[in-house]
Design a protein around this ligand. Structure first.
Ligand code: NAP
Ligand code: G4F
Length: 350
C-alpha cells in the first residue's frame, strides 16, 4: 500500500529534502504551499510533476498556518498516514522584530494543525519540527532531559508547540513526536542564515560582486550538521512502534568564527580581509553554545550521520561556487563519493 504524507513547509530546506526521501520510498507526497506573487517552489521544482500526468506522486495545496479551516479541510481530504510539520517563521533574528507573528505561526500554527487532526478523527502520525534553540542558555551537552531556557520569541514559540505536541500525545493518544534538531545546513539553506550567508558571500567575493561580508556575533557556537541526514531522522521517528521525542545533532560544536576560517581557507582567502561586524545582526539575547547529545536517537533510531563539520563547509562552498559558475557542476561532489556521501543538488543541474 502506498503511504500518504502531508508536509507543511515543503518549499523550505528540510521540506525539499524530505520530499525527495519520501518519493524515493514510493510515498504519495502532499505539500502545503503559500500563495505568493512570485514563485516560491525553487527548491522542489526538480521533483514537481504536472498533476495531470498519470502516476504523479506529488501534489501541492495552497494554505497557511494561520488558516485553521483550510488545514482541517486538507487533512480531511488527504487523510495522510503521516504529517511532517516543518512550516514555521524559522528565523531567530527576525522573531525579535516580529514576535507576535512568530507566536501566531510557529506556536499557534502547530495547535491549529493538532486540533484539525483531533477533530477529523483521522488516524495519522505527526512529526513536530522542534529546535535546539529551545535549550537557550542551558548548559551543554543538551539532550532530551535538558531543561528548556528559551532566549528568543522563536524559541518560546517552539517550546509552546513542543508542549502542545506532548499534551496531544498524552491526552488524545496521538502518535506525535518532537524531533529536537540542532542546526542543519546545506546548499539549499536560506540565504540569510549565517552558514549560507558566508558561503554565498565567498562566491560573490570571488566573482567581484561583493567586497565585504557584514556579520554579527562571531563567538556563538553551534552544532552544525548536514540537512539531508537530518530529514532521515524525521522519517525514522514516525516508523517506530511508539511516539517519543529525540535530540538530533552531531555532537560537535564550532563558533561562527571557525566556520569563517574553514570556509575562507578552503578557497585560499583570509576571512579577516573581508568580514566586517554590523551591530544590526546582533540579537537582544543570544544562545551562546549548543552541543547535542543524541545518544538516544543513535541507539533507538539507529541514526548515524556521515557528514562532519569540515565536510559540510566544503559541500556548501563548492555548491555556491558551482552556482556562481566558478566550478563545473558535479566537480565538488567527486571527493565525497569516495566517502559514500552523495550531495548531488538536482535543482542546480536544471
Ligand atoms: P525554512 O527553510 O525557513 O522553511 C520554512 C518553511 O515554512 C517554508 O516552506 C515556508 O514557506 C514555510 N512557512 C513559513 N511560514 C508559513 C506559513 N505562515 N504558512 C505556511 N507555511 C509557512 O526552514 P527549514 O530550515 O527547512 O526548517 C524546517 C523546520 O525545522 C522549521 O520549523 C524550523 O523552525 C525547524 N528547525 C530548523 C532547524 C535548522 O537548522 N534548519 C533546526 C531546528 C528546527 P515559504 O517557502 O513560502 O517561505
Ligand atoms: O544561522 P543562524 O541565524 O541560526 P540560528 O539562530 O542558530 O537558528 C537556526 O537554527 C535553529 C536550531 O538551533 C533553528 F531552530 C532555527 O530555525 C534556525 O534554523 O545563526 C547562527 C549564529 C547565531 O548565534 C547568530 O547570532 O550565527 C550568529 N550570526 C552572526 N552573524 C549570524 C550573523 N546569524 C545570521 N543569521 N546572520 C548574521 O549575519
Amino acid at each position: 500500500m502506498t503511504k500518504v504524507a502531508l508536509i507543511t513547509g515543503i518549499t523550505g530546506q528540510d521540506g525539499s529534502y524530505l520530499t525527495e526521501l519520501l518519493l524515493s520510498k514510493d510515498y504519495e507526497v502532499h505539500g502545503l504551499i503559500r500563495r505568493s506573487s512570485t514563485f516560491n517552489t525553487d527548491r522542489i521544482d526538480h521533483i514537481y510533476e504536472d498533476p495531470h500526468k498519470i502516476g504523479t506522486q506529488i501534489f501541492l495545496h495552497y494554505g497557511d498556518l494561520n488558516d485553521g479551516g483550510q488545514l482541517s479541510n486538507l487533512i480531511y481530504n488527504i487523510k495522510p498516514d503521516e504529517i511532517y510539520h516543518l512550516a514555521a517563521q524559522s528565523h531567530v533574528r527576525v522573531s525579535f522584530d516580529m514576535p507576535e507573528y512568530t507566536g501566531d505561526i510557529t506556536a499557534i500554527g502547530t495547535t491549529r494543525l493538532l486540533e484539525a487532526i483531533r477533530r477529523s478523527g483521522i488516524k495519522t502520525k505527526f512529526y513536530q519540527a522542534s529546535s535546539s534553540e529551545m535549550f537557550g542558555d542551558a548548559p551543554p551537552p543538551q539532550n532530551e532531559n535538558t531543561l528548556f531556557k528559551p532566549r528568543s520569541p522563536y524559541a518560546c514559540a517552539k517550546v509552546y508547540a513542543y508542549w502542545m505536541v506532548r499534551n496531544y500525545r498524552e491526552g488524545y493518544n496521538l502518535f506525535a513526536c518532537n524531533g529536537i534538531l540542532f542546526n542543519h545546513e546545506s546548499p539549499r539553506r536560506g540565504e540569510t542564515f549565517v552558514t549560507r550567508k558566508i558561503t554565498r558571500g565567498i562566491a560573490k567575493i570571488l566573482t567581484n560582486k561583493q567586497d565585504k561580508l557584514y556579520l554579527g556575533n562571531l563567538e556563538a557556537k553551534r552544532d552544525w550538521g548536514y540537512a539531508p541526514e537530518y530529514v532521515e531522522a524525521m522519517y525514522l521517528m514516525l516508523q517506530q512502534d511508539s511516539p517519543d521525542d529525540y535530540v538530533i545533532g552531531l555532537g560537535e560544536t564550532h563558533s561562527v568564527k571557525e566556520f569563517l576560517e574553514e570556509a575562507f581557507a578552503y578557497v585560499n582567502l583570509d576571512w579577516k580581509d573581508y568580514v566586517k561586524i554590523d551591530e544590526r545582526y546582533f540579537r537582544p539575547t543570544e544562545v551562546e553554545l549548543l552541543l547535542a547529545d543524541s545518544t538516544k536517537a543513535r541507539k533507538e533510531l539507529k541514526w548515524q550521520p556521515k557528514v562532519n563539520f569540515k565536510d559540510l563547509v566544503k559541500i556548501m562552498v563548492d555548491a555556491d561556487m558551482e552556482l556562481a559558475g566558478l566550478l563545473p557542476i558535479g566537480e565538488g561532489q567527486k571527493i565525497f563519493k569516495t566517502k559514500g556521501i552523495d550531495w548531488t543538488e538536482n535543482r542546480m543541474t536544471k
